[in-house]
Ligand binder design. Structure first.
Ligand code: ZN
Length: 435
């Protein structure tokens, strides 16, 4: 872990994109040669292609990975046994068991669509080293209390605990009142959690129920909505940092300026452009640090926006303006000029709503059909919601005009969501797309 920490923090510095890409190219080729020896799936999938052509290898996605799980991983672990162990851990809330030393994790997701991840002990400590190097303010020798809010704990996370670094898992399934008491006594120096929970804690801090002074606040696991970011940042008086991590890997982290940079010292991201004008793309990941469960040319179903201006921190790692959500949450409205449906990025919907009126405190936008959108609102003014609704309708109409599509009919409902077990998606499409 220490080696990885020191390498990440001090040794590896890249002066240009060319230098970084040349280094990555060698690492990836070497990695692929090793993986091909041990993963029957990849051997067949890439066929006779040479490792130096890896940038053009056929892609895989979550469905393919889960379908070929048994022959894709290099540890000979079967999907059925991994699922069984992971489900048992979720029920008992004891997340320590492993299979032959391999940590098993389960991603959140709709049932039937949950991803499994496998991490060996060596990978686990390397991950911890990278994580600490990229996230820890100050040095490894400083004393730290890390409070980590998650749906499930993992050996992965507890491996950051050592010496002066204390780690505490806060189970999102426990009552929130308990969390407040425990946080007040634990006094975290680093607070990590999904933005829905951070937002709730921020409000408790403002109500003086919670009284903590973290040096760093880190958002994980959900899209960080600008509306929530503002509240969290104000309550804790600092920049809200982000970690972009999923079953597929530790993909990005914010620099001291709060800009997300892809961890290009462990993964290569190729861009599948969704909209060149706005710089929106889906990432294709090749992770050259994951061995037990190799992730090669993996198409992730997320929408990212590339940052157009260089980050003042000077890092050559790809800078991301925002992580927007999943491709499944693209809205589709009827076109005015054809019988096609027009895709609308979640971020366009998000901005149309939150810029419509300053009184909006929280919202959910759910698309039920191409003609029907539901918007749940929590507003500062409780009584006079008419004008706020009118402003939102006008804002959405303007967006639809601009995109050449028919405005949907909007049903307003009141906001009743509580932070906890389910993942917050402020913009969500609930009908399947007919292909
Ligand atoms: Zn930066």
């Amino acid at each position: 872990m220490l080696t990885q920490y020191l390498l990440t923090r001090f040794r590896r510095s890249f002066h240009s994109r060319e230098q970084l890409e040349a280094w990555q190219d060698l690492r990836v080729q070497k990695h692929i040669r090793e993986v091909l020896k041990h993963s029957p799936f990849y051997r067949e999938h890439f066929g006779s292609l040479s490792p130096d052509e890896w940038r053009h290898f056929p892609t895989i996605d979550k469905t393919v990975m889960m379908e070929h799980f048994d022959r894709l991983n290099t540890a000979g672990i079967k999907k059925a046994e991994a699922f069984q162990l992971a489900m048992r851990a979720e029920e008992s809330r004891d997340f320590t068991p492993t299979i032959r030393g391999i940590t098993i994790g389960l991603s959140s997701g709709t049932s039937g669509n949950r991803g499994l991840f496998l991490v060996s002990e060596k990978e686990r400590y390397r991950w911890a080293g990278t994580m600490l190097a990229k996230l820890l303010p100050g040095s490894l020798l400083d004393r730290h209390h890390i409070a980590f809010f998650l749906r499930a704990n993992s050996n992965l996370y507890t491996s950051v605990e050592r010496g002066r670094i204390q780690f505490r898992f806060f189970d999102l399934l426990r009552p929130v009142k308990e969390h407040i008491e425990q946080l007040n006594s634990f006094q975290p120096t680093i607070l990590v959690g999904p933005p829905s929970m951070l937002r709730f804690l921020a409000e408790q801090q403002q109500l003086q129920q919670l009284n903590i002074h973290p040096q760093k606040v880190i958002s994980v696991a959900e899209v960080l909505d600008p509306l929530d970011e503002a509240v969290i940042s104000r309550a804790f008086q600092q920049t809200v940092h982000q970690v972009y991590q999923c079953t597929e890997g530790f993909l990005a982290v914010t620099c001291p300026y709060g800009t997300l940079h892809i961890n290009e010292d462990i993964v290569v991201i190729q861009k599948e452009m969704l909209d060149p004008d706005t710089g929106k793309f889906s990432p294709i990941i090749t992770d050259f640090s994951r061995w037990t469960q190799p992730i090669l040319r993996y198409r992730l179903n997320d929408i990212l926006t590339e940052r157009k201006t260089p980050c003042p921190c000077g890092s050559v790692f790809l800078a991301i303006e925002q992580i927007e959500g999943r491709c499944d949450d693209l809205f589709y409205f009827r076109s005015l000029s054809s019988d096609q449906l027009v895709p609308v990025f979640p971020d366009f919907i998000r901005r149309a709503i939150i810029t419509a009126d300053e009184e909006i405190e929280e919202y959910l936008a759910i698309q039920h059909s191409p003609e029907q959108v539901e918007i749940s609102l929590r507003t500062a003014a409780v009584n006079n919601r008419g004008p706020i609704r009118q402003n939102i309708l006008a804002s959405l109409e303007k967006l639809c005009d601009h995109l050449g599509c028919l405005s949907p009919s909007v049903r307003f409902t009141s906001y009743s969501r509580k932070p906890g077990a389910t993942k917050l998606r402020r913009v969500e499409r609930k009908f399947p797309l007919q292909q």
